[in-house]
Design a protein around this ligand. Structure first.
Ligand code: FAD
Length: 525
């Protein structure tokens, strides 16, 4: 709750007294009915108008979600002297989709974000030396596999897939109004019409394009060609020392106030308005919080599923933007073996499934029907461990299977054929595995039942970004990885949106931005 000025006794009528008792926390949020709260919020607007002599109170912003965007928004506001309350649905941790597990004193294992992307423009990169975070650029030459084993160095399907991605980008730049298509439809046509490639490249290039599935978290049968994020040239930096160090750094100034972050508070309703104290946020536990503005940072998956109700409804253009942007499901399987049996010197092992004749259904019983990217954690962290990335619709199946009574063994059995392919000595049995763990984002309501935003066919992600900008003067702000064009889906993008939402509210409150962090390469606490 924000601090309030003391008013001379007798200067207020009963409604005014109620209002100020409420704001001072004398009447708790839970004691007040919706009607009372609404009445007081209306009263606030007229009081401020009619009593310009009333001492101004410190603005109070409620931030929904303690992921990286919410934490950054809160710290920027706090730095400007604004009171902040963060409501976080999880009871046990902050960080949201940044989740580093450090079980049993073992090295960090990132269940959510693990890489810094777009490193040339990513301002969080400079925190790595500053915080002495161990890192590894895992962009050495990967090994490629098909069902028949390791592909040789002349396997150029991947080069054709890269050329396709280049072509698609050029095509939609030249023809911005051309209808969207799935990546699969477009790449099939591209290879059919390509006069210069070999028959085997024609067959395999669409499968090589599937590597992007393990970036975007969805299949090329669904992904938008128009908005294909292909990540061809950028470097990737693996956060060997754990991504949570970035969360800790962002949260540090906030944690000085033990009451700022309210844990275990799942927000269900937001009443918002454009005057002081008109924001009323209700949580599953029945608590009500009032403030002068709200920043909503819950994942896009939560917004798309209407997991929070808004009164009045979200502005139509923002809602259209939410409807025009999809949510994907990247998953990970971590598996630790007793010894390393895979090539020690390569960062990643990329598997392309065999192309199917048109109309042939996929064999869902085999991992070898799906593209996978496997990270060699041995070279990265010295762990005898592999991390396999999977995309939807496989992610949902594997994460659900893992939760069943015999889940661990069944998940292992499903992936075993992939491990067999990676053996450097194929005549040897695989060593026993000592630990297996999968992600669980697709069963997590607080992650919106998925991983991050993705452009599927027909989506227009610009609609949301433009609508948010158009409404930057509202006291209802949105932030999160889905609210930005550059860096969407990523930690650095989410971080940036926290700053944008906070700056928008500074403008709303008539306050001046202190100018810190305007330089892309500079991150100030
Ligand atoms: C498997 C996986 C791999 C990824 N890999 C990478 C990567 O390598 N590099 C990268 O840059 N990015 C990666 N990402 C994406 C990155 O993690 C996210 O873009 C970023 O962390 C999102 O931050 P955010 O603040 O937008 O949302 P979140 O971190 O999701 O924060 C939102 C917060 O809101 C809370 N919340 C939700 N609903 C409610 C509610 N009703 N009431 C109160 N609180 C609520 C949540 O608990 C959460 O703490 C990955 C994500 C996943 C899942």
């Amino acid at each position: 709750m924000s601090t309030l000025s003391i008013l001379a006794p007798g200067a207020l009528n009963q409604n005014e007294i109620n209002r100020h008792q409420y704001q001072n926390g004398i009447i708790s949020d839970t004691q007040m009915s919706n009607a009372q709260a609404a009445m007081i919020s209306t009263l606030n607007g007229s009081l401020e108008k009619n009593n310009p002599s009333l001492p101004k109170k410190q603005p109070h912003v409620i931030v929904i979600g303690a992921g990286i965007s919410g934490l950054r928004a809160a710290s920027v506001l706090q730095r400007h002297g604004i009171a902040v309350t963060i409501l976080e649905g999880r009871a046990d941790r902050i960080g949201g989709r940044i989740f580093t597990s450090r079980k049993n004193g073992k090295a960090a294992r990132d269940i959510g974000a693990a890489w810094m992307h777009e490193t040339s423009q990513n301002k969080l990169v400079q925190l790595i030396p500053k915080l002495s975070i161990e890192y590894y650029y895992d962009d050495g030459t990967p090994l490629y596999y098909t069902r028949d084993g390791r592909a040789g160095s002349q396997f150029k399907a991947k080069k054709v897939a890269d050329e396709f991605a280049d072509y698609v980008e050029w095509y939609y730049d030249e023809n911005p109004d051309a209808p969207d298509r799935t990546v699969k439809d477009f790449v099939d046509e591209f290879v059919q019409n390509h006069p210069l490639i070999t028959a085997s490249e024609r067959k395999w290039a669409p499968q090589a394009t599937r590597e992007v599935e393990l970036w975007i978290g969805t299949s090329i049968e669904e992904a938008s060609a128009k908005h294909l994020s292909y990540f061809m040239t950028e470097r990737n930096l693996y956060m060997k020392g754990g991504y949570d160090k970035i969360v800790d750094w962002t949260a540090k100034p906030l944690l000085k106030d033990p009451n700022m972050i309210k844990m275990g508070e799942v927000v269900t309703d937001i009443q918002w308005g454009n005057s002081n104290n008109s924001s009323i946020v209700t949580t599953q536990s029945g608590h009500r919080y009032t403030g002068d503005a709200v920043i909503v940072t819950v994942p896009l998956g939560c917004l798309r599923r209407d997991m929070i109700s808004f009164t009045p409804p979200i502005p139509a253009s923002i809602q259209s933007g939410i409807n025009a942007f999809s949510y994907g499901a990247l998953g990970k399987v971590f598996i630790e073996f007793e010894e390393v049996f895979w090539p020690k010197d390569n960062d990643q092992f990329i598997y392309y499934p065999t192309p199917l004749a048109p109309g042939t259904p996929i064999d869902e019983s085999s991992i070898l029907s799906y593209a996978t990217v496997t990270s060699n954690l041995w070279i990265m962290s010295g762990k005898t461990e592999l991390c396999i990335q999977i995309a939807e619709p496989l992610t949902q199946r594997i994460e659900a299977l893992y939760q069943t009574p015999n889940g661990k063994a069944e998940v292992y059995a499903f992936f075993e054929p992939l491990f067999k392919l990676m053996r450097t000595e194929p005549y040897k049995d695989l060593p026993a595995y000592s630990h297996l763990e999968t992600t669980a984002w697709t069963s997590d309501p607080l992650a919106g039942f998925g991983s991050y935003s993705v452009e599927k066919k027909g989506d227009e992600p610009d609609v949301l970004v433009n609508a948010l900008d158009e409404h930057r003067d509202l006291r209802l702000q949105f932030a999160g990885e889905h609210c930005i064009e550059m860096g969407n889906g990523c930690v650095h993008g989410a971080f940036e949106t926290g700053e944008i939402a906070a700056r928008n509210l500074l403008d709303v409150f008539g306050m001046t931005w202190d100018g810190q962090a305007t330089n892309l390469r500079s991150v100030s606490p």
